[in-house]
Structure formats: C-alpha cells, structure tokens
Design a protein around this ligand. Sequence first.
Ligand code: NG6
Ligand code: CA
Length: 512
Amino acid sequence: MSKLRILLVALVGSLFTQSIAAADKPNIIVIMADDLGYGDLSCYGATALKTPNIDKLASEGIRFTSGYCSASTCTPTRYSFLTGNYAFRRKGTGIAAPTAPAIIEPGTVTIASLLQKAGYKTAVIGKWHLGLGGPDGPDWNGELNPGPREIGFDFNFLLPTTNDRVPQVYVRNHRVLNLDPKDPLWVGNKKPSEDHPTGITHRNTLKMDWSHGHNSTIHNGISRIGFYTGGQAARFRDEDLADKWVEQSNEWITANKDKPFFLFFASHDIHVPRIPHERFMGKTTLGYRGDCIIQLDWCVGELMKTLDRLKLAENTIIVFCSDNGPVMDDGYKDFALERRGDHRAAGPFSGGKYSVFEGGTRTPFITRWKGRIKPAVSDEMVCTIDLAASFATMTGVKLEKDACTDSFNVLGTLLGSRGAKGRDHLVEQDNGQAGNYGLRVGNWKLQRHDRKSARNVVVGNPLENTKVPQFQLFDLEKDQAEKKNVIAEQPEVANRLKAQLAKLIDDGRSRP
Ligand code: NG6
Ligand code: CA
C-alpha cells in the first residue's frame, strides 16, 4: 500500500470511529426533582395543575410507569444514584445533617467519574445533601473539600444541604460564594447565644410557621433545622433558588456545548420550605406545594429552550426523575394537605416519603432523546441507581467489578429498544442503613420492616406510625395500593421473596 493510501485508510477509519463515538456520547442531563410524587404531574394523571414542559418531555420520550428512585428519602437516593450502590449497605447514608462530612469518599467510582473517563465535562447544579468536607465536617469559611469535585464533577454550584437545613448559602466548587471574610459563617447544632432568635422565641415574626422541627435559626422569615450566624452577604432568598439553578445551568451548558457533557440538575423543588418565586405564587389551587411544581416545570422548560437554542436537543439525553415520593406536611404550615382537594400526589399508590410502600419510591421517570427515542409509555422496571451502569455501557467505559455493585445496565429499556427488558427485581428502602425494605419481583411486592416501629406513612400525615407486621406481601397486579396483605395465602411466594431479599442483602452486591 502506498503511503498515501495508508494515510487515507487511517483517516477514513478515524473519521468513522469518531462518528460512532459521537453518536454514542450524547450529552446527558439528569433532572432530579425533590419530593415529587408519582401523581404530581399532568402527564402522570394530575388534573389540579398543568405541567406542560415536563409533559412535552414525556410525549417526546418514554414515560415509565415503573420508574423508581432507590430510597424514600433524599440522601440515600442521591448516594445510590451517584455510586450505583444501595445505600442500605453503608452506614451514614441516612438524611444528612447540616454539619455532615462528605459521605462519598474521594476516588469512589460514580456516574460522574465514569462519564469523565468517557471524555465528558461534568457538573452538579442544585441540591447536594451528601455532606461536604473531611471527617470534621464542612469548613464553611475555608475549603469545602472533599465534595463533588473529588468524585468526578468538574464543576459544582450547590445548595449544600437542603433548603430547610442551615446555612442558606451557595457553594461554588470548594467555596461558599460571596462570603465576606469579615463576617464568617458559623454553623452548629446548639444555640450560639441565649438571645439568638429562633422559631420558638420569635415565632410570631415568621412568614411561614413551622409544624414540627424547623424551629431553630431564622433566615428570610423562615426558621430552619440547625443554627447559624454570619455570612450575611452570601445568603440567598428561597424565592430565587430556581432562577439560580437555571441561570447557572444555562451558563455551564453554553460554555460546554462543544464537548459531551453530563449535567446533574438537582432541583430543590418541591422540598420544604416550599417558597416559590413571587411570579409563581398563587398559580395553582394547591397552595405553595402546587406552585412549586409549576416552578419546577418552568425550570425544565428553560433547560429545553437552552438545548433548542444551542441546537443540542437531538444530541442530548434527558432523564427526569425524583429523589423520593411525596409528603404533605413535612414540617411547615403551608397548607398542602388542606388545599389538595382531589389531587393525589402519590397517584394510585400508598405511602410516600419515608415509606417502603410504592408511593415512597415509585416516582415520575421520563427519558427523552429527540430523534433517537421513539415516544412510548413503558411498564418496564428501571431505577435511578441504574443510570451509572447504563451510561457507562453507552459511552464504552469499563465498569470494574467492585464499582456500582447494584447498578444494572438497562440502557436498551431507557432508550426504548424493541424487546428490551428492565429489571426483574428491585430493592426499595426508606432511610439510611438497613431499616425497612420493599422487594419488588414482577408483580409481587414483599415488605420487610426491621425497625421496631415500622412506619406506615400516610401521605398527608408523616407522623402517623401505624404498626405493621414485619413481613407483608402484596400482588401489585390486583392491588397496586398495597392494601391487602396476602402473605397467608401465598406462603411459597413469600418465602421465595424473603430468601431473595435476605440474599441480596447478605451478598453485599447484586450486579452480576
Ligand atoms: C426530616 C425533616 C424533613 C425533611 C427531611 C429530609 C423534621 C421534623 N423533618 O428530618 O422536614 O427535611 O428530614 O428530607 O425536621 S429529604 O428529602 O432531604 O430527605
Ligand atoms: Ca427529597
């Protein structure tokens, strides 16, 4: 072969691999809502409000009826989504306190580090709630390290804990944004001084009253979980959070439009305190809880506009999901329950946030890849924990055996390939290490409650603890509300599922 020919073959070859690689490396945006229930969107049956932007995503992509998050609280779902490991296997994965250190150790393989390996630019914008800093916890006035950047994110712009936990500041990369060193930020679990105003001592000054917990330091007229002082210039207004996430995302997407990128858009909506921007207040009949859903839908619309403007829609996979099921009264008197009317936030399911009934983890789950995914509704079972293995497969990154040990490759299902199957089983959990479990296998659902007072959480009253037996079995085909325990009628099925769950826990991993 002549030199020229060799060169030509090499060139054509590399062009070919490049085009294949480009097709296999679409941008990825995971939009994770907070506390959004299965029945909270009009594309999932809500009639009390309209969510046109998310509905559009669903109509242009796949709307899953068996899409799950891993846990019915925030921290364990986020831990599992990022690491691909069930949170019940790890101590310290329950709802993180304001002073919690980084829960995921630097160097841990995550969906972000895998995509980084595949050549992606990666960012997380929004709620973190996975702790920051070393074993002593966050150094709010110094480097907040380790954090997202030590586990695969090139950029982070965060609400560091939750909007109801102190402090109300943004964290950009390793620093609190706009922090004036002359006004240091102090965060702690105890009242810093006798005269420090709290939700108890200054209750009549609050713009939204608390119903349980949430009675410590007051910021923006709302008392929170935990205490803090200082950092005045760095503090945000709750009303502006959604706008901030959109602004930051648009900037980051625009700056990274020429490379494949992975954006984890972690909305704080619709977590308490539900304080939408003034322009969304009163937009629904459901009170602020509904108004925050409209605000979330607006955010999704803005992201879509950015993709359209940059001509990226056909080169971007969007996954829309939630971090746990719904709750009405989560500590503030925002009248979500009183104003809900016929709206059923968990759709046809029982339970919600904190529970292992389906309402706790079966949540909206939508994938869209314009031009590639054929619009459909899918009953296949998929979970946020599967995104790591699925996108590693898509981008050609090798998954080591000890990484993402509970993450299954369900890429075909996520993209709607004909005949593709989702999971054949899934463990659902409530909060942190061990506790209460659900195991879904096909239409069967086993509940196992290891905690003494198992919470049979009723949406609307999270404090209601109905005693439940340690094991219950439900046939979801006939009884999706898990109302009729058939464990006595189906001893064989129950024993099979009990043994399967015990093995899944004992094995320490479930990915083959
Ligand atoms: C609970 C809080 C609740 C919420 C939850 C975490 C009280 C009484 N309840 O402890 O309001 O903050 O933690 O929610 O303080 S999550 O969605 O971030 O997991
Ligand atoms: Ca949550």
